[in-house]
Design a protein around this ligand. Structure first.
Ligand code: FUC
Length: 776
């Protein structure tokens, strides 16, 4: 079965622990027989507070900066922008741990027959072991409906003694409440630091833990001592006073009462009923999709050993399926259910206080990548928090666009936090990426194409329009007469140039990076479609089409034969760079495709050049490459890169490794694998063409997938054998016409439905909820 991660070794390391979540509350379950540890998270527990960003720029400053950049006086531009445009403070703070729950068993004898697992289909983790002659079973899950962590330890033999405690190691106080409960509360404190701004106290947090046992429980000194138990059940609630709707905390929330009530309710409902309900709730989301590839069944082998075997060069399609399911599971657990914020760089799971990159929201690819799979892999329930977040962020971004660029509309730059910061952060070179706002809009649009929900389109319309207004005003005429972005960067990548004294220098900061035009083309085209679908803003749509005609085209580099990354054919500093931003038009956008053969070939050379210099070194970059190869219809290379992702960038608990842990690679890979099985980005908006198994690797000879989605709101079950589809079941989730590309191996088919053939496109009209089978 490809839905269980399991291990036979006891390991006391966060990276070997197993993630649980209900969207809002997260936990890493360690499964330790001596002193059990569960590290807790709550999606909003960040340091810092809302703050007004300061900049000293004005219109003259922007003109001056633009001139430096057009003159390629990049050093002066950098210095000038650093002084005038960088936000003060320049960095966003951190997502933090909620603390650790410990269940310290008195019996420290060695455990054997150890089995630790995470069942993705039930979202329950646990450990079974023998200790001092008793068989212990521990189980842990996070209830969606009751919004609590639930843990149970049971022995089949002698009663045991243990102590339950919770500890955050910062800002907290723990007190007892009666004999069977403890309460941890505090306010997040943070220091004054030049790059992060003033210190102070931030949001409040509370956790309540209650215990039920057949032994004797007695709370004292902020811990609960349990004696003579054959079982303990722990119910834990975790609250902060942050409210994502206002990007701020609320002083009027009594989070202690909320936490106490949640625990009480859960305890009254009882462990067995909670577990039953939890399984039902979870399977409704998780079971929507299933993938199977015929191969040797290695599911009995511990997951870490399977990964080691793949690292040694063995093939294991079953592990790829497990990894796929794990990625889907992670998005559901960090972004669906009770989530109010989107998944950050680590989803909702962090260890300690200063996680890498603050575990923040990076918006020059990472946040967007997190949501690539939400529609195609049928996890729409994970999407609303992304929509809410971008909507709120756009409101902040109006001020930023006006202050920094004097434009209408809104934008944000390459990082943000739960307080909606939107300026130029970190450093001018990587931070000056005002294209993050438009890029965030693409995910919003994609959700429309997958759902065809007109009321949703109404909802996102002002966000898209605001982004286009920003772009229209931000574009400026270049010395060559094109409309270009200035300032700009091709995310985090540098090129060589010669300064006016003829010395060879490097810069990231520039004007007119290729990704910008690909993005503008993508967003304007979609906005024009939105105007026409909703019958609005004709003049505005006309402005957009006029501007589109004046953008620079995507060029092929004479130097390398690749897609050119910048406005000029500059020499690359790092040919292996992890960002491949100039292929945005191949994926996630669509203007480089098999109907643009020269660019399509240049895109192949672009990836090849990156990889031949050691590219794809970070997990998320490798995951993007899988998507690229899928779009290039090269299933064998997509599979090879998936294997490399497993080999080089995957931890034993299957977390993606940048390194360190970063969740975007997990999500990017789910998107990539799904794109190997279905694509629907070609054809006109509203008349997209679906392709079945467009990039199926030779090695995946026989298999099936159920529940994946195509644009137009169709759901597909596909069975294949001998590398050819044998049957496709289509469910129309709304009324519409399916356009299915009949590739060479699909020419002879049968279906009970009426159909039309237009060249190699099979067209079938569907009513909402209608299901039809096509047999090949
Ligand atoms: C992007 C990447 C880095 C890292 C960071 C969180 O800026 O360039 O590799 O993933 O986000």
């Amino acid at each position: 079965m490809s839905t269980t991660l399991h291990y036979d070794k006891i390991k006391d390391d966060w990276m070997d622990a197993l993630p649980l979540g209900n969207g809002r509350v997260g936990a890493m379950f360690f499964g330790l027989p001596g002193k059990e540890r569960i590290e807790m998270n709550e999606e909003s527990l960040w340091s810092g507070k809302p703050l007004e960003e300061e900049y000293v720029s004005d219109e003259d400053a922007l003109s001056k900066l633009r001139k430096y950049l057009f003159d390629e006086d990049y050093e002066a531009a950098n210095k000038y922008a650093d002084k005038n445009f960088l936000a003060n403070p320049p960095r966003v703070r951190f997502y933090e741990t909620f603390g650790n729950i410990f269940i310290d068993f008195d019996d420290k004898n060695e455990a054997d027959n150890y089995y630790k697992f995470l069942d993705l289909s039930t979202a329950i983790a646990g450990a079974d072991y023998k200790k001092s002659g008793s068989l212990y079973k521990t189980r842990c899950f996070i209830s969606e409906e009751y919004d609590v962590l639930v843990y149970k330890a049971q022995s089949d033999g002698k009663p045991f003694d243990c102590t339950l405690s919770i500890c955050r190691e910062k800002d907290e106080a723990v007190t007892n409440c009666g004999d069977n409960a403890i309460l941890m509360s505090g306010m997040v404190s943070f220091e004054t630091e030049e790059i992060y701004g003033d210190g102070g106290l931030g949001m409040s947090f509370v956790s309540v833990l209650k215990v039920k046992t057949d032994g004797k429980a007695c709370a004292s000194d902020g811990a609960i001592r349990i004696c003579g138990a054959t079982y303990i059940e722990v119910f834990g609630a975790f609250e902060t006073n942050y409210d994502a709707k206002i990007f701020d905390y609320r002083k009027d929330l009594d989070i202690t009462s909320i936490a106490e009530e949640k625990c009480e309710r859960a305890m009254d409902f009882g462990y067995a009923a909670l577990e039953e309900r939890h399984k039902e709730d979870h399977s409704r989301l998780f079971d929507k999709v299933s993938l199977s590839i015929e191969c040797e069944d290695k599911s009995h082998i511990p997951t870490d050993l399977r990964l080691m075997q793949v690292q040694k060069g063995e093939d294991d399609p079953g592990l790829a399926v497990l990894y796929y399911n794990f990625g889907r599971y992670l998005l559901i657990e960090s972004s669906a259910k009770n989530a109010t914020l989107p998944a950050n760089l680590q989803g909702i799971w962090v260890n300690g206080f200063r996680p890498p990159w603050g575990s923040d929201y990076h918006t020059n690819i990472n946040l967007q990548m997190n949501y690539w799979p939400s529609d195609i892999a049928n996890m729409q329930e994970a999407f609303p928090v992304y929509l809410d977040f971008v909507k709120n962020l756009s409101l902040r971004g109006y001020d930023t666009a006006k202050k920094l660029y004097g434009t209408r509309g809104w934008t944000v730059h390459h990082t943000t936090d739960i307080f909606g910061r939107s300026g130029v952060h970190d450093s001018v070179s990587c931070g000056f990426f005002p294209m993050a706002g438009p890029w965030l809009c693409l995910n919003l649009w994609e959700h429309f194409e997958f759902t065809c929900d007109l009321s949703y389109l109404e909802e996102i319309y002002p966000i898209l329009k605001g982004s286009c207004e920003f772009l229209l005003d931000f574009l400026v005429e270049s010395p060559d007469g094109y409309l270009v972005t200035n300032p700009s960067n091709s995310p985090e990548n540098s090129f060589f140039y010669y300064d006016k004294d003829g010395s060879k220098k490097q810069t990231m900061f520039t004007y007119g990076a290729t990704i910008d035009f690909e993005l503008i083309d993508c967003i304007f085209t979609r906005m024009i479609a939105a105007c026409s679908i909703l019958g609005r803003d004709n003049d505005f749509a006309k402005h957009l089409s006029d501007a589109l005609k004046r953008l620079p085209p995507i060029e092929i580099s004479e130097r390398y034969g690749t897609i050119r990354e910048w406005i000029k054919d500059y020499e690359e500093v790092e040919p292996s760079h992890r960002h491949v931003s100039h292929l945005f038009a191949l994926h996630p956008s669509d203007t480089i495709n098999e109907n643009t053969p020269e660019l399509f070939e240049a895109a192949k050379r672009t990836i090849h050049r990156r990889l031949s210099h050691g590219g794809g070194a970070t997990g998320w970059s490798r995951a993007w490459i899988i998507n690229f190869y899928a779009r290039l219809k090269d299933g064998n290379s997509a599979r090879e890169n998936l294997l490399t992702l497993l080999k080089n960038s995957t931890a034993y608990n299957l977390f993606d490794m940048h390194p360190p842990f970063q969740i975007d690679g997990n999500f990017g890979a789910v998107s990539g694998i799904t794109e190997m099985l279905i694509q629907s980005h070609l054809g006109k908006i509203g008349q997209r063409v679906t392709e079945i198994l467009p990039a199926l690797p030779d090695a995946w000879k026989k298999g099936s997938v159920k529940g994946i989605k195509g644009r137009g709101n169709f759901e597909f079950d596909i069975i294949w054998d001998n590398n050819k589809p044998t049957a496709v079941t289509v469910k129309a989730c709304c009324t519409g016409t399916l356009r299915l590309k009949l590739s060479d191996n699909m020419q002879s088919f049968k279906t009970q439905k009426q159909y039309r053939l237009s060249g190699n496109i099979l067209e079938i009209d569907f009513a909402e909820n209608e299901v039809a089978e096509i047999v090949f």
